[in-house]
Design a binder for this molecule. Structure first.
Ligand SMILES: [Zn+2]
Ligand SMILES: [Zn+2]
Length: 356
C-alpha cells in the first residue's frame, strides 16, 4: 500500500496538502458516518495510517527511504468500536473536533449555532448647535450583508448525483506511455459526488460587503465623546443570527462662546464699568439666540447668573440644563479726556473704595 496514493497525493505533498486530503477523505469514510460499513472502515484505517505516518516528519522520512511504516496495532486488532480518540495528541483532537463539527453540520445532525454579526463603528462630527438640538444625519457604511445571489448558503444550487467528470469514482486516470497516473478529480474534489460550487458573488462566504447609507437620528443634547447605537445596522448575522449594531462616536466641535459642563452651558459676557455699577439690561448670546440679561447695580467682575433651562437638553429626562453667564468687567483700551476727567472725579468721591 502506497501511503501517498491512499491519500491521493503526490510524493512532495506538503503538510497542508496532507491535512486537506485527510479531512476530505475522513469526511467520506469515517466509521461514524458509515456505521456498519466494513469496507469504509478498512479504507479509513488505511487513511488514518497514511495520515499519521506522513504527518510525523521522522516516520515520513523513514517511509520515504523505503523502510515501511508501522500500522496502529490497537486499531488493527479491535476496529473502531470503543476507540478513544481523546488519548491522541492535541493535534489529532483538534482535527477530529473540527472534522466532526463539519460532518455533523453536513449531515444535518447538528447545525452550528447562529452567529451574531459584528458591531460596526463610525465617527460623526457635529457642531455645538447640532449636538444641542439633535439632528438627522446620513452616513455611508460598508456592511457585510447576506449574499443576494445565494441567500447566505455560500453555494450554487446543484442536483445530487455522481460527479460528471469522474463518473463518481473520485479519481481521474491518465495514461502516459506505459504508466497510468491517477489524480483526484478536480470537479468533485475526490468525493465522487456532484459538489456545489462556491457562490461566484460571495466566494462561498454567504455574505457580501455592501455600501449603504444609514440615516441616524442623533438625539438632542448628545455630548462630545458619547456613543449612539443604531440597532441592527452592523454586519448581518451568520446562519440566521441577529445583525450587529452600528456604534456612532460623537465628536462635537468646540464653540467660540459656549462650553458644556454636563447639561449646563457656560458663557462669558463682557460688561462695561457703568453697566456693572449702575445696573443694565445687556444683550447676550444664548443657544436659543439673542436674549437680555438683567445685570443688577453693583455687579462684580466674575459674578455668575443662572438662566434656568436655557442649557442642553438632558439625555435622561429631556429637561434642559441651565445657561450659566459669567460677567467680566471690561475697560475701554483708550479713554478720551472727558471720560478720564469723569473717572478722576469718581476717584476723588470714592477714595480707596474699601481696599483696607
Ligand atoms: Zn453568495
Ligand atoms: Zn469527480
Amino acid at each position: 500500500m502506497d501511503l501517498y496514493i491512499v491519500l491521493g497525493l503526490a510524493h512532495g505533498a506538503t503538510e497542508a496538502d496532507i491535512k486537506r486530503a485527510y479531512r476530505r477523505l475522513a469526511r467520506r469514510f469515517h466509521p461514524d458516518i458509515n456505521p456498519g460499513d466494513r469496507v469504509a472502515e478498512a479504507r479509513f484505517r488505511q487513511i488514518l495510517d497514511a495520515y499519521e505516518t506522513l504527518m510525523d516528519p521522522q516516520r515520513r522520512s523513514r517511509y520515504d527511504a523505503g523502510q515501511g511504516f508501522e500500522q496502529n496495532e490497537q486499531r488493527t486488532k479491535s476496529g473502531f468500536e470503543g476507540f478513544d480518540f481523546s488519548e491522541r495528541g492535541a493535534e489529532h483532537s483538534a482535527t477530529f473536533g473540527d472534522l466532526f463539527a463539519e460532518v455533523l453540520s453536513e449531515r444535518g445532525g447538528r447545525t452550528p449555532a447562529p452567529e451574531r454579526g459584528a458591531d460596526l463603528h463610525v465617527d460623526l462630527d457635529l457642531t455645538f448647535e447640532e449636538a444641542l438640538a439633535g439632528v438627522e444625519r446620513a452616513v455611508a457604511v460598508t456592511r457585510r450583508e447576506t449574499c443576494r445571489v445565494c441567500a447566505g448558503s455560500g453555494a450554487t444550487r446543484v442536483s445530487r448525483g455522481p460527479c460528471h467528470l469522474c463518473q463518481g469514482t473520485g479519481a481521474v486516470r491518465s495514461v502516459r506511455g506505459h504508466m497510468v497516473f491517477t489524480r483526484n478529480c478536480t470537479s468533485c474534489g475526490g468525493s465522487g459526488e456532484q459538489r456545489p460550487r462556491p457562490c461566484e458573488r460571495c466566494g462561498g462566504a454567504g455574505q457580501e460587503a455592501r455600501s449603504e447609507t444609514v440615516t441616524l437620528q442623533i438625539p438632542a443634547g448628545v455630548a462630545d465623546g458619547e456613543r449612539v447605537r443604531a440597532q441592527g445596522k452592523g454586519n448581518a448575522g451568520i446562519r440566521g443570527g441577529a445583525s450587529g449594531d452600528l456604534y456612532v462616536a460623537i465628536h462635537v466641535a468646540p464653540h467660540p462662546s459656549f462650553h458644556r459642563d454636563g447639561d449646563d452651558v457656560h458663557t462669558i459676557v463682557p460688561i462695561a464699568i457703568h453697566e456693572a455699577a449702575l445696573g443694565a439690561r445687556v444683550e447676550i448670546e444664548t443657544p436659543d439666540g439673542p436674549a437680555r440679561l438683567r445685570v443688577p447695580p453693583g455687579t462684580q467682575s466674575g459674578q455668575r447668573f443662572r438662566l434656568r433651562e436655557r442649557g442642553a437638553p438632558s439625555r435622561r429626562d429631556g429637561r434642559r440644563g441651565d445657561l450659566v453667564v459669567e460677567v467680566r468687567l471690561m475697560l475701554p483700551k483708550v479713554l478720551d479726556e472727558r471720560s478720564k476727567e469723569l473717572l478722576r472725579e469718581f476717584g476723588r468721591i470714592n477714595g480707596e473704595m474699601g481696599r483696607t
